[in-house]
Design a protein around this ligand. Structure first.
Ligand code: TXA
Ligand code: MG
Length: 362
């Protein structure tokens, strides 16, 4: 099987919806990264998603729902409870107000809320946890697909487990092309980083479980009591954890990635002296071509160099991060030397997090 890439036309949407209704996974675009979707209430279809991704069943999926309108938008918990997705009775009035504040300001968008699980969510979707992750994507193609299917869609990122999330239809094809039938093409992802995951409920303060495309500052402005888990508070592989996706090693290229602890010239030279082969370099910003020339003169080999954003623009750096990692991974280098993201304000928090996780595997 080789996946067909369908345009987001009426015919494409119809075919993708038919696949989903028949219980077959479909890759769909979202504003963050591409997801591998299945009807959330169809446990057999969800099982196929885990199989295609080779994802361990202790790692729960996010349920994607349609945008809410009218009274539902003002009371998202009631709307999610009516659909059987969330257990409203398990939330206190204060916690319901927290959900309303977050959802009201940030849905549709790159925010996943982990809430008490309702009866319509199969065990497999939430990995047996008493909670479920829910998000309203803002990508028009994702919204159209959910509306066409008429059911919520469970979708993890459309990559094999532990690898780099795809931000284009071509990336999905490279990751899963031989394992799925249909990829719905929605263009390159506007944000390029996964959603931020926040848990509400359980009696404690709301907790940020995974940094992502919604900056923590935006969350803190709404909920000053939000507890931000340490970005390096990663769980060990195989252990159940509050956010199983926070495994220390994740989002990893095949080529070992090392975070630079000193000037690039020194580290690259040491790498070559140690007998390393070709070097690839990820810069946070600046002129990649000029850096490549400088390093060529120094090392006697021309390294592959890419900068996340020439101008140092954070949005651009986030949008390009996974695509640049893929490009460098494909360069045939022995090692990727990556400049760390030192300014962790705004999207820098998530960029730094993803680079640390990409590095551990190396
Ligand atoms: O932007 C995104 O979030 C993308 C797009 C496709 O929506 N999806 C995504 O899914 O990144 P995935 O499966 O690669 O990551 C989902 C994260 C994981 O860290 C998972 O453990 C966490 O959300 N998660 C989901 N349900 C959870 C739950 N009930 N409790 C704790 N963490 C949960
Ligand atoms: Mg993922």
């Amino acid at each position: 099987m080789t996946a067909r890439i369908l345009p987001p036309t009426d015919a494409g949407l119809l075919e993708a919806a038919a696949e989903l209704s028949a219980g077959r996974p479909v890759a769909m675009p979202t504003e963050t990264v591409y997801g591998l979707a299945a009807v959330a209430t169809d446990e057999a279809a969800v099982a196929r998603v885990f199989a295609v991704k080779q994802r361990p069943t202790f790692d729960p999926l996010i349920v994607h729902v349609a945008a809410m309108a009218g009274a539902s938008a003002g009371d998202p918990v009631a709307a999610l409870a009516a659909a059987g997705l969330v257990d409203a009775a398990a939330l206190s009035p204060a916690e319901r107000a927290e959900v309303a504040a977050l959802a009201g300001a940030l849905w549709p968008g790159p925010l996943t809320l982990v809430l008490p699980r309702g009866p319509a969510v199969p065990d497999l979707v939430s990995a047996g946890l008493p909670t479920v992750g829910v998000r309203v994507p803002r990508h028009p193609v994702a919204q159209a697909l959910i509306a066409r299917v008429g059911r919520p869609l469970a979708a993890p990122s459309a990559n094999r487990f532990g690898r780099i999330s795809p931000t284009s239809a071509a990336d999905v094809l490279a990751e899963l092309g031989g394992r799925i039938g249909v990829i719905l093409d929605g263009g390159r992802c506007e944000l390029g980083l996964e959603s931020t995951v926040v848990a509400v409920g359980g009696g404690g303060p709301p907790r940020l479980l995974r940094p992502g495309a919604t900056p923590r500052e935006a969350l803190l402005a709404l909920l000053p009591g939000l507890v931000v888990g340490p970005a390096d508070g990663a769980a060990r592989a195989g252990e159940p954890a509050p956010a199983p996706g926070m495994l220390a090693s994740h989002y990893a290229p095949r080529t070992p990635l090392r975070l630079l602890s000193g000037p690039i010239e020194r580290v690259a030279a040491a790498e070559l002296e140690a007998g390393g082969g070709r070097v690839a370099v990820l810069l946070q910003q600046g002129d990649a071509a000029a850096a490549a020339m400088r390093l060529t003169a120094l090392l006697g080999q021309r390294p592959v160099v890419a900068a996340l954003s020439a101008a140092g623009d954070r949005d651009e750096a986030a949008r390009r991060l996974f695509a640049v990692l893929r490009e460098l991974d494909g360069a045939g280098a022995a090692v990727i030397l990556a400049e760390p993201c030192l300014d962790e304000s705004g999207l820098g928090f998530a960029i730094a997090d993803r680079l640390r996780r990409a590095a551990v595997a190396g």
